[in-house]
Design a protein around this ligand. Structure first.
Ligand SMILES: Nc1ncnc2c1ncn2[C@@H]1O[C@H](COP(=O)(O)OP(=O)(O)OP(=O)(O)O)[C@@H](O)[C@H]1O
Ligand SMILES: [Mg+2]
Length: 247
């Protein structure tokens, strides 16, 4: 492996995913360098969540190869390098768990939740809660939090985990402008620490303030470029189906 390869956070080659007859991802290549915030943009059903799920190992692609931090994805996950904040519709919020427990999972993983936290783990959990502004909500059930607060709880889990790579699937959906600004600031400070963030969003107006680069997805990668190019009318039109082409 060359030294240049060692700076890559996400590398996917030829990812193809079907759900039954539905082709959700078609030969997708993605490379994201470390220390970047990469926006994942595309219309409903364009495959954004499927791409995250493939990268995180929740969906098994028909074809394709993935490395995360130049490692096999299973190894990267086992080492705690990767954190995932799911799109909220995909989560059962009635699940009885406190905010502090969600964040603590970042230390042990969901399966080891019954283990006792050591002092250093507790300190990491407290610091993560503080960082996302949820200290006073630590003892609340996750289902009692607002949408924006839940997103922050999951980001705190990734922080407690000391993940180097964060996948956030629509963290701004249903979130007010003030909460969005808080999350954007937090993500940028995590990026400044050298972490890599891939974030899907429908808030195109917020993309320049957040992202260093963007991917336009429509089952295939239409474009992976700087923000200005990605947000040009021509490229957005293709991505969002305003070009007369039926998907
Ligand atoms: N579990 C599933 N079973 C069957 N089809 C699915 C499943 N999940 C997604 N799909 C289909 O795969 C395609 C891509 O869906 P995906 O959820 O990845 O899109 P998305 O870009 O995340 O959309 P949104 O912006 O609405 O979140 C869609 O056609 C969707 O209907
Ligand atoms: Mg989605």
């Amino acid at each position: 492996m060359s030294t240049a390869d060692m700076s890559t956070a996400v590398k996917a080659r030829g990812l193809t995913v079907h759900y039954g007859d539905v082709l959700a991802l078609d030969d997708v290549d993605v490379t994201v360098e470390r220390g970047r915030i990469c926006g994942l943009l595309g219309m409903n059903g364009s495959g954004k969540s499927t791409l995250f799920k493939s990268l995180i190992g929740l969906v098994k692609p028909d074809r394709g190869a993935i490395t995360l931090h130049d490692k096999d994805p299973a190894v990267a996950r086992r080492e705690g390098l990767v954190a995932y904040v799911p799109q909220s519709e995909a989560v059962d919020w009635a699940f009885p768990v406190r905010v502090v427990d969600v964040v603590s999972m970042g230390r042990y993983g969901a399966l080891g939740g019954a283990r006792r936290l050591k002092a250093a783990d507790r300190a990491a959990v407290d610091a993560a809660l503080e960082r996302v502004g949820l200290t006073e909500f630590a003892g609340k059930q996750i289902g009692e939090l607002s949408g924006g607060q839940r997103k922050r709880a999951f980001v705190a889990r990734g922080i407690a985990q000391e993940a180097r790579l964060l996948f956030l699937d629509e963290p701004f959906a249903g979130v007010d402008k003030r909460s969005e600004a808080t999350i954007v600031e937090l993500l940028r400070s995590l990026r400044d620490e050298g972490r890599t963030i891939v974030v899907s969003t429908h808030d195109l107006a917020g993309v320049p303030a957040l992202c260093d680069e963007a991917i336009l997805l429509r089952r295939k990668v239409l474009l992976h470029s700087d923000i200005e190019t990605a947000l040009s009318a021509e490229h957005l039109g293709r991505a969002f189906g305003l070009d007369g082409v039926v998907a």
